[in-house]
Design a protein around this ligand. Structure first.
Ligand code: CDP
Length: 230
């Protein structure tokens, strides 16, 4: 059967990755979490002490970029991909609020976006891929056959992220998360290079009122309809 590219973009913490992962597993496609790549670069910058208040030592980070390797490997037990930074499993650490609070400024840096976009395009060269992020349908794969733009209210999204961190046994405050969600929405939508915006040919999904099972079915229906017509 013909393979396609599925681009899922949208606001932070709106359940894009749950949808994308479920669909990829169901249809046997590769799943790539582009946000995890921006998070991994952010973790690197934090560990190197490249943040000084709102300032980032961009010169040092740009020099490091060619040596930063970000890969995904399947966890044998969960069968889910996990993020590796230079061969170290950082899957849990990149989801911390510390990384969430620093990632959007890192994602505004053109040299970071260029390097990660190139890597993302290589991962999708054979198609048969579901990728989620902010600019997948607009900049990484403007030719993707199926583009979804997901959103939900900031409060619903903050609650979901809070529940997710709690379930993983990580420290979390609902108020801090809500503030972070709003800040990232703002920075992501207003940056100069490839800002978060809906592609003209994307299908919009507001999943505030949908269960995980309902949104999974919704996406699967869109997938089958697209495959039939392409
Ligand atoms: O999990 P959540 O939806 O909250 O965020 P994420 O997908 O892990 O992405 C983390 C951050 O990386 C976003 O807030 C963006 O600043 C940045 N990002 C981006 O700029 N472009 C992408 N394609 C993916 C993420």
């Amino acid at each position: 059967m013909k393979k396609i590219i599925i681009a899922i973009d949208g606001h932070s913490s709106c359940g894009k990755s749950t949808m994308a992962k479920d669909l990829a597993r169901e249809v046997g496609y590769i799943y790539v979490d582009s946000g995890a790549m921006y998070r991994a670069v952010t973790l690197w910058a934090l560990r190197q002490n490249y943040f000084n208040g709102n300032e980032i030592n961009t010169e040092a980070l740009e020099k490091d970029m060619p040596g930063i390797s970000i890969t995904f490997r399947l966890n044998d037990e969960t069968r889910l991909p996990e993020t590796y930074l230079n061969d170290e499993n950082v899957e849990k650490e990149i989801r911390s609020l510390e990384v969430s609070s620093h990632v959007s400024p890192i994602a505004t840096l053109p040299f970071v976006r260029e390097a990660l976009t190139r890597w993302q395009q290589q991962l999708g060269a054979e198609k048969g891929i579901v990728m989620d992020g902010r600019d997948i349908g607009t900049a990484v794969f403007p030719e993707a056959e199926l583009k979804i733009f997901v959103t939900a209210s900031a409060e619903v999204r903050a609650q979901r992220r809070y529940d997710e961190l709690k379930a993983k046994g990580m420290e979390a405050s609902y108020e801090d998360i809500l503030q972070n969600v709003k800040e990232r929405d703002y920075i992501d939508s207003h940056r100069a290079m490839n800002p978060l915006r809906q592609a003209d040919d994307a299908i919009v999904l507001d999943n505030s009122e949908l269960t995980i099972a309902e949104q999974k079915q919704w996406l699967l229906d869109k997938f089958h309809a697209t495959i039939q017509h392409s």
